[in-house]
Design a protein around this ligand. Structure first.
Ligand SMILES: *Cc1c(COP(=O)(O)O)cnc(C)c1O
Length: 413
């Protein structure tokens, strides 16, 4: 396949492995299970170790199957390099392990995936100051910046209340101030939105969610968009300064986070995720259409107190969705009127499954305050706009009428 930059999203992913020679003409990059990689010439082994020529050394730092997936994710995100990790949380943890030091300051959206919120508490306990701000408003982000601010971290569509960060303006701000802008793109996926377009320097994806899509493998990724000037980042260690400026961030992340902390993605999981990624665009089209149909039905029903879905005109950040995203995404949440017990409602659903994943092909539902956001307590929940009866829906690819019908019959019952 010629290296044609003009192919569409799905064509590019489907044919990406073939841009390099694949063993025996295999159409999928094979699953390489070997942990070690042997060299006939010991000098070549030494030169791979010294970074003078490309090659694999040991499975924790890289693997051919994982590397093929990294290449695919770079293409999806229009980035220059990607590092995969065993989970999305390991990818986010890598930011802290490799790029932050005690005495640093970061600004984070307060509307966050629960485990990222918990991770930032850990980080704060280890000497990095974390300012939580309402990232739907760039002025709040700007007001929180300090001379020692190393990073601004936001999610695109926040889980579970679907607040959308002021992505483009925050990108402009970070660019003007030379601050690393990290965008967790998990809820939008590179098919709905590319954070590079708003000047993100690093992009986080949990591959466990829509990119893998089938709920059978955990994985995470960090993509360098090539826009951030690593030569100006104060926390790059001297030995990584020997690399070209553009490679310094990823070199330090690979060594300090992946190699030293060891949360490597396994080759079998990488293979499952790569197969799933081939249909990302097709699945997202269906799932986003389903989400809009479901949100529209729920909003029109007077037994429902509130619906949060960025694709609805009533959503506070709907204008950002219209300018930046291909559609409103696959995540919605809603609140029932007080007379309906949310647990009873969930138990009446016949298709949607009470479970805590996102981006599965099947529709999954969860009572947020009692499960994934239970640990943080009522005060922090309230500050994130999470009502005690909030139900989160990760919309799947079921036939639209079946799905909408299921949520309606559970209201009628
Ligand atoms: C799920 C998720 C993560 C963490 O990913 P895992 O693969 O479950 O570790 C991070 N950010 C967001 C927005 C997520 O939805």
């Amino acid at each position: 396949m010629s290296d044609n930059k003009h192919y569409g999203f799905t064509t590019t992913i489907l044919h990406n492995d073939r841009r390099k020679t694949i063993e025996q003409g295999s159409l999928h990059k094979p699953v390489h299970t070997s942990v070690a990689f042997g060299y006939a010439d010991a000098r070549q082994l030494a030169s791979v170790f010294q970074g003078k020529e490309p090659g694999f050394r040991y499975g924790r730092q890289g693997n051919p199957t994982v590397s093929a997936l990294e290449d695919k994710i770079s293409r999806m995100e229009d980035g220059v390099a990607t590092l995969c990790f065993g989970t999305g949380m390991a990818a986010i943890g890598a930011l802290f392990q490799a790029l932050l030091k005690a005495g640093d300051h970061i600004v984070s959206s307060s509307f966050l995936f629960g485990n990222t919120n918990s991770l930032w508490q850990t980080v704060a306990g280890q000497g990095v100051d974390v300012a939580f701000v309402d990232a739907t408003d760039v002025a709040r982000v700007e007001a929180a910046l300090q001379p020692n601010t190393r990073m601004v971290f936001v999610e695109t569509i926040a889980n579970p209340r679907t607040q959308v960060a002021d992505l483009a303006r925050i990108g402009e701000l970070c660019r003007a101030r030379g601050i690393l802008y990290v965008v967790d793109n998990t809820m939008t996926t590179p098919w709905l939105f590319r954070p590079r377009d708003v000047h993100a320097g690093l992009v986080v994806n949990s591959l466990t969610k829509s990119i893998g899509g089938h709920g059978i493998a955990l994985g995470g990724a960090l993509t360098d968009t090539g826009l951030f000037d690593w030569a100006a980042y104060p926390n790059i260690a001297q030995n990584f300064r020997k690399q070209t400026a553009s490679a310094q961030g990823m070199a330090q992340l690979r060594a300090k986070a992946l190699r030293d902390f060891g949360a490597a993605l396994g080759p079998e999981a990488a293979h499952h995720i790569a197969v799933g990624a081939e249909t990302l665009a097709l699945r997202m089209e269906r799932t986003c259409a389903n989400a809009l149909a479901l949100a529209t039905m729920l909003e029109a029903d007077d037994r429902v107190a509130a619906v949060h879905y960025p694709g609805l005109a009533s959503h506070p950040q709907h204008a950002i969705v219209e300018t930046l995203f291909r559609s409103g995404g696959s995540l919605l949440s809603f609140e029932l009127k007080d007379e309906i017990d949310p647990f009873d409602y969930l138990n009446r659903l016949k298709l949607a499954i009470p479970a805590s994943n996102l981006g599965d092909n099947r529709t999954l539902v969860i009572p947020v305050a009692h499960t994934i956001f239970f640990e943080m307590g009522p005060e922090r929940r309230a500050s994130m706009g999470i009502a005690e009866g909030l139900i989160r829906v990760s919309v799947g690819i079921e036939d639209t009428a079946d799905l909408v019908g299921d949520f309606r019959q559970a209201l009628d019952a």
